[in-house]
Design a protein around this ligand. Structure first.
Ligand code: SF4
Ligand code: SF4
Length: 482
């Protein structure tokens, strides 16, 4: 019989480990420069885009990017999306997901290290922290020393700056939902809607908390992407990797000289720990691939700087994979497979979704019609024997000016169309006036006199024709006879 498990035998270590504060050291180099450039670009776009104007003519907002909830529209430069066209967002989401997968298959967590808002704002907050409190050693010393008036002043300056950035971030967010210059004026004079202040408050709090305090913990504990990414990657993806085939055994330059003199191997890693102290998540990349690594490349810069100082080739840490490390250890040449089935599939889906969306945008109609048959009753027999069906028809005008549209029906012999409350007629067809950027709901009666050859249910098409440019739109419904 198995001995029952005694809980006292189990490891009684704590389930919760307190966070160890990380003091990343500043570093210079190629990847740091790429990160600065991307940070400037992304922040510039985020803060300034609401102020970019785009002339759409009269009766339309002139803001290049605008989410207009009251009028249920999304504007993106020359594109205007109506609520009926939410499938464009589905297309965008598919493209975004595939782009993420493609980046991951080619170069690991490129999104996490360079483009994720959490990384960008945390990086910005670190830059402010360094500017006010100094680099790693100074910050560690100051934290250990405790509070004095000078330190209190520094902390006040740091948190004040962080709060200012957070508030600015929240302020920029709400500008995407209203005319930016007008909303800025309203915010300054206290006349903005309550919701605007509420969202600025929420975004201020989340930015301050996530970038100022939670930092790498968001990536390590909260974000699902590292887990998904780990399941999606394969052996060919290039990740930030310590090239242990070159680095081991680690030893100082002096020791390496002695070992070489004796004909013994010595690695290039001098165990200086520079790759660890610059890491924003506080890990040692030499321990291999880790979920905590956001692949920001800063350890590559740190190690390159060390290698230059000791006169050894750079990229002891670099974008690499285990396949090539093993091949080098076996004396074989490296192979790279950026183009492989999964990257082709991701790129193909991006291309197809992009092409479908572009085609849809290029050929979409600026007018539209939908028809909905009455459910109860499905038909009415009139006193003279005629059969009448009733429909609710919506006529859409996406133009920025009012349009007159002729409505006609097709598919049912001898059917007569009557639009309740519409008296204007052109060429025998009811003329429907629809205001700019509006939808008009109509009550439509279709009547067939006795004697017509009818089936129980027949397709019935409603067609609108724009009187100004002749463009047409059609909706299909049914005529029910019994
Ligand atoms: S290990 Fe290197 S690449 Fe990974 S997070 Fe740390 S510094 Fe960035
Ligand atoms: S920075 Fe380079 S040399 Fe220094 S410990 Fe890291 S891998 Fe080794």
């Amino acid at each position: 019989m198995n001995k029952p498990i005694d809980v006292a035998d189990l490891d009684s270590g704590p389930l919760y480990v307190a966070r160890k504060k990380i003091y990343p050291q500043s570093v210079s180099g190629t990847f740091r420069n790429v990160k600065w450039a991307l940070m400037a670009f992304c922040l510039g776009v985020y803060y300034l885009l609401p102020f970019v104007r785009w002339d759409r003519g009269p009766n339309a907002p002139h803001q290049a990017v605008l989410i207009d909830f009251p009028n249920r529209r999304f504007y993106f430069f020359f594109i205007e999306i109506w609520p009926q066209e939410v499938y464009y967002f589905t297309g965008l989401l598919i493209i975004a997901a595939m782009a993420l997968f493609l980046m991951n298959a080619v170069g690991g967590r490129i999104w996490c290290g360079y483009l994720c808002p959490q990384t960008i704002w945390t990086d910005l907050y670190y830059a402010v922290e360094r500017l006010i409190e100094g680099d790693r050693r100074e910050r560690m010393k100051k934290d250990a020393r405790g509070l004095d008036p000078r330190r209190a002043l520094e902390l006040a300056a740091k948190h004040g700056s962080w709060l200012f950035i957070a508030w600015w971030t929240g302020g920029a967010w709400v500008l995407y939902f209203a005319d930016a210059p007008t909303l800025v004026q309203e915010l300054a004079t206290g006349e903005a809607p309550f919701l605007a202040y509420l969202w600025i408050g929420i975004l201020t709090f989340t930015t301050y908390a996530l970038a100022g305090f939670m930092r790498e913990q968001v990536c390590v504990y909260m974000c699902p992407w590292p887990r998904i990414q780990a399941a999606l990657t394969d052996e060919w993806a290039l990740n930030v990797t310590y090239r242990y085939d070159r680095g081991e055994p680690r030893c100082s330059t002096k020791k390496a000289g002695e070992l070489h003199a004796k004909g013994e191997p010595a690695g290039d890693c001098i165990d200086c720990n520079q790759c660890v102290v610059v890491c924003p998540t506080g890990i040692d990349i030499r321990n291999g691939a880790q979920l905590d690594c956001i692949m920001c490349g800063l350890c590559i810069d740190a190690c390159d700087n060390v290698m230059r100082k000791v006169g050894r080739p750079t990229r002891l840490i670099g974008y690499d994979n285990d396949v090539n490390i093993k091949r080098r250890l076996e004396g074989k040449s490296e192979i790279h497979r950026s183009i492989r089935p999964r990257t082709l599939i991701y790129a193909g889906v991006i291309a197809i979704a992009g092409a479908v969306m572009l085609y849809g945008l290029a050929t979409r109609s600026m007018i539209g019609v939908t028809a909905l048959h009455d459910r109860n009753p499905l038909f009415v027999r009139l006193a003279d024997g005629s059969i009448r069906n009733a429909h609710t028809v919506h006529v859409l005008n996406k133009h920025n000016d009012a349009r007159a549209m002729a409505l006609e029906i097709e598919g049912v012999p001898n059917a007569v169309l009557h639009v309740v409350g519409v008296d204007d007629v052109a060429g025998g067809k009811p003329l429907i006036y629809v205001g700019p950027d509006q939808t008009r709901e109509l009550r439509v009666l279709v009547t067939v006199r006795p004697g017509a050859k009818l089936e129980r249910s027949m397709p019935l098409a409603f067609r609108v024709t724009d009187a100004a440019d002749g463009h047409m739109a059609t909706a299909t419904d049914h005529f029910v006879a019994w």
